[in-house]
Design a protein around this ligand. Sequence first.
Ligand code: XBP
Ligand code: MG
Length: 243
Amino acid sequence: MLAAMLQALIFDVDGTMADTERDGHRVAFNAAFREAGLPWNWDIQHYGELLAVMGGKERMAHFARQTYPELAARPEFDHLVRKLHVLKTSHYVHLVEAGALPLRPGVASLIREARKSGIKLAIATTTSPENISALLRHSLAHDAEKWFDVIGAGDIVPAKKPAPDIYLWVLERLGIPAENCLAIEDSAHGLKAAMAAGIPTLVTENAYTHGQDFSGAVAVLSDLGAMCLAELEVLHSTYSRHH
Ligand code: XBP
Ligand code: MG
């Protein structure tokens, strides 16, 4: 059977393009809680457990339902979550702008190689659009957003990862068959979402996702530092010949 040709790379953001959760999102959530006068503080281990819930607003709601059920039951709770999320996103963007969140090894060079060789680039992420703009502008290049043919983010779809919605949304706008794409993810939720959309998926794990179930991945790497585009193409074609 002929191997499908690699025509697009679809990047996840948090944990994949950059290690953003421990020193980025988590710190921003805690700064928002302080600013709102809430006695909440997510330490590194607790935040790792809360990452089971994708989406910052959903994560805060889940935490409140678990820890402050009477607060979560109040009619104004949704408004409070949205207000906290606006504060948190602003703190996160400031952290990115301060250079606190560099791209992970190999990410920038792979993106530049893909651009040179005409392989399309896309993003499929649960995080908010403001966070991606800031990360691309400050950790890749000032005009890097334009390098991506499609950017699918956050609330643009009804169901977040591990649902396939964000990947299906990106595929539809890319106009490339799923089998001709390669998704790059860091978590079991992200892998499930991409695979449910029929996309071959490479995993680059990190401290928070190490040891999760990555069954079905094209490969599981510690990072992209040793990878070049040609090697990704070999991984992709070998995988597509057998699936
Ligand atoms: C990771 C997420 C996001 C971030 C926080 O997204 O689940 O919710 O943790 O960002 P991905 P927001 O791995 O798909 O990039 O607070 O903006 O949701
Ligand atoms: Mg991720």
